[in-house]
Design a protein around this ligand. Structure first.
Ligand code: TXA
Ligand code: MG
Length: 320
């Protein structure tokens, strides 16, 4: 088992040596390695069971560092960065030659983000390279929002887990491609469509192909997750132990920010204790859009998930 702790110097030293370290960010925990070291980055793919075609986000401490790893930043992207970074927004920009191909899965664009967590920023300032970091979960499974969540899935595959407490946003960053005049959303996340629309017209990327990680099945619990009317479904599953995810079960006050914070933890908790999870969509505004996206993918049939052995034969059958 990897050690969990708050030793930033140790985390930095391990990263310098080419090891994997899980780091806290304000969105979810990341599985970090030196983004300029192709061998270290390869270990990320190995540890997560991540398909080689799915590129990684490069994390940097500030806009000056961002400029080193992209060949160009449009004025609109810069305005967004000045407003939302550090924060849960990731920019897809033309990559600089120094970024290894394995980071971008061979593509010409790199995803880049300035995380807002103080420990992540401190470690990024301490090392002299950027950090490639996907969410610190097995590929296709539920994202981690505490250090213990990371240890549960990847404890034996990382050198160290830096504990920065529970993630404040609780959902991944919004991924955008920005042209001179438009913002295209590849993944909904911590920065809302409404916030972005104040800067330029916002659209959704064509299909799921623009962001290779946006597979139909993702964020998948082990037990089945069904979306619909909770009361009707509860009746249909009355012989089973049922867990509920609704706006008020995540936030009694009906606050989408609180619901986002609690979402992945609740999903994990229920996954460990019930036979079936029944869920209702959130209102489709603000952070509700990103939660609904995660719910849809968590409910999708699994074909392409890197799976751990699962005890339930009905799920194993669904995966074949
Ligand atoms: O909040 C977050 O973004 C977290 C924290 C750790 O920063 N990271 C995260 O990484 O969610 P990951 O790898 O789980 O999701 C990154 C998403 C994937 O859907 C991936 O396909 C997409 O960003 N992506 C990465 N690089 C890309 C690129 N060059 N072009 C298009 N999409 C890219
Ligand atoms: Mg992920």
């Amino acid at each position: 088992m990897a050690r969990i702790g708050t030793d930033i110097a140790r985390a930095a030293a391990l990263l310098e040596a080419g090891d994997l370290v899980a780091i806290p960010t304000e969105t979810v925990y990341g599985l970090a390695a030196n983004a300029l070291d192709a061998r270290a980055v390869a270990r990320i793919y190995e540890a997560k069971g991540r398909p080689a075609f799915n590129p990684l986000i490069v994390h940097v401490p500030d806009i000056a560092a961002m400029r080193k790893y992209v060949s160009e930043i449009s004025p609109l992207a810069l305005r967004l960065a000045e407003k939302f970074s550090p924060g849960p927004l990731t920019y897809i920009l033309p990559k600089a030659a120094v970024v290894p191909d394995i980071v971008t899965a061979g593509g010409e664009s790199v995803a880049i983000r300035i995380p807002a967590h103080p420990m992540a920023l401190e470690i990024l300032r301490r090392v002299d390279f950027p950090l490639a970091a996907p969410s610190a979960n097995l590929s296709g499974h539920v994202s981690p929002v505490t250090a213990v969540h990371v240890a549960d899935q990847l404890g034996d595959r990382v050198a160290y887990i830096l504990d920065g407490g529970p993630c404040l946003v609780g959902l991944e960053s919004t991924v955008v491609r920005v042209t001179d005049t438009k913002i295209e959303i590849l993944r909904d996340g911590g920065v809302t469509r409404e916030e972005l629309a104040a800067f330029a017209p916002v659209s959704s990327a064509d299909g799921d192909t623009a962001s290779p990680g946006q597979l139909a099945s993702h964020y998948a619990p082990r037990v089945p997750l069904k979306i619909g009317n909770a009361t009707e479904m509860a009746a249909a599953f009355k012989d089973k132990k049922v867990g509920l995810i609704t706006l008020t079960s995540l936030s009694p006050a009906g606050d989408l920010v609180e619901a986002a914070q609690n979402f992945f933890s609740r999903l994990r908790e229920l996954d460990a204790t019930v036979d079936v999870i029944i869920a209702e969509y959130m209102p489709n505004t603000g952070l509700g859009v990103a939660i609904n996206d995660r719910l849809t993918r968590a409910a999708a049939e699994r074909h392409d998930v890197a799976s751990k052995p699962r005890p339930r034969t009905d799920i194993a059958a669904a995966e074949r």
